[in-house]
Design a protein around this ligand. Structure first.
Ligand code: DP6
Length: 340
């Protein structure tokens, strides 16, 4: 805000993250409180950079916030979601001004992996700072959660655990770092299994699963044990232990969604083929473990030295369009602040 006359323009960057213990279901949709905790890995060079400035001249011609995505006016659903999130900050910071928001995604074009996680983590940090709020990392994480549950985790780098929390207001439904990005030499190899948009958005799919899947209660009940096992494996840097939990968490999440009415199926033939490739790699002695989010792509966790085996095996898998090798990365950070 403008303590010295000119409004503060803040640019923040955040990497996306991939959950190894999945978040799938909410205990409160209004505050976006997760039904369970989750555990993830934040990735380097694969996320969002967002600049925010609250100012009277930021108003768009139609009277709202001026929001661009990769240099052009953002599509209405995206812009509305961003404006609703900014309203929370305007309310908390008592700022009655429109905002100018410019977001750039560094997710490779058409990777089919665009995620709200990095976007809302970068937006939460930039907008809170631009509005003059001085938030602790856990408060920033709880704020990012209001934009998207997975965004709460991208506030932190490396291996991160998100707590379901018990408070009604969601103040303890935030993430914390378990192991920093540089501490464990691992890679996530992504097998892109389609170029199309996802079958059904995760928020909607979670709601349908919670309402109609007979397996949902079992899913929610089983996650805490997975969290205990995954946390211990991360702290011990036990790849096989973590991989085992990651595969079972992904399979249970998808099984639960498949049992919804109507059923939710994110996989395609390439998804199954890539899962098979991972099992074959393991039989041949390579420690590689898959996870799958709300889409058909298969993400494979392995030691950095084994990525040279895992990546070509996935690239040669029938139906796999492309592969990416991603490294652990830092949490959300401010990259620029100026008064203009
Ligand atoms: C399958 O964080 O996108 O990637 O809170 O409704 O925005 P909202 O959901 P979102 O869901 C992520 C689902 C997931 C699993 C995960 O990242 O934990």
């Amino acid at each position: 805000m403008s303590i010295f006359g000119l409004p503060l323009s803040v640019t923040a960057r955040a990497g996306t993250n991939i959950a190894l213990v999945k978040y799938w279901g909410k205990r409160d949709a209004t505050l976006n409180l997760p039904a369970t905790g989750s555990l993830s890995l934040t990735l380097a060079n694969f996320g969002s950079e967002t600049t925010v400035r609250f100012a009277p001249d930021a108003e768009s011609p139609d009277g709202g916030d001026r929001i661009t995505l990769d240099g052009t006016p953002a599509p209405p659903p995206f812009a509305e979601r961003v404006s609703r999130f900014l309203d929370l900050i305007r309310h908390d910071a008592r700022v009655g001004l429109p905002a100018e928001v410019a977001t750039h995604n560094s997710v490779p074009t058409a990777a089919g992996l665009a995620s709200s996680a990095a976007g809302f983590a970068a937006l939460a940090l930039a907008a809170a700072r631009a509005a003059g709020m001085n938030l602790a990392p856990s408060e920033l994480s709880a704020l990012a959660r209001r934009g998207s549950g997975s965004a709460a985790r991208s506030i932190f780098g490396g291996f991160v655990e998100m707590a379901a929390g018990t408070q009604r207001n969601g103040s303890d439904a935030c993430a914390q770092e378990l192991l920093p990005a540089g501490a464990w030499d691992v890679r996530l190899v992504v097998a892109i299994a389609s170029d199309g948009p996802k079958a059904i958005a995760s928020s909607e799919a979670m709601e349908l699963t919670a309402k109609t899947s007979p397996y949902y209660a079992g899913w929610v009940q089983a996650v805490p044990q997975d969290l205990v096992a995954a946390r211990a494996a991360v702290l011990a840097q036990d790849l096989a232990g973590l991989g085992r939990v990651a595969e079972r968490s992904a399979m249970r999440m998808h099984a639960c969604a498949m049992a919804a009415d109507p059923p939710i199926l994110y996989w395609n033939a390439a998804t199954l083929a890539a899962m098979d490739t991972v099992r074959r790699l393991r039989s041949a002695g390579t420690q590689a473990f898959f996870t799958i989010d709300a889409g058909p792509h298969v993400k494979v966790l392995c030691a950095t030295r084994d990525a040279v085996l895992v990546e070509p095996a996935l690239a040669a898998t029938p139906g796999v369009l492309r592969t990416l090798v991603l490294a652990p990365g830092p949490g959300a950070e401010v990259v620029r602040e100026e008064r203009r």
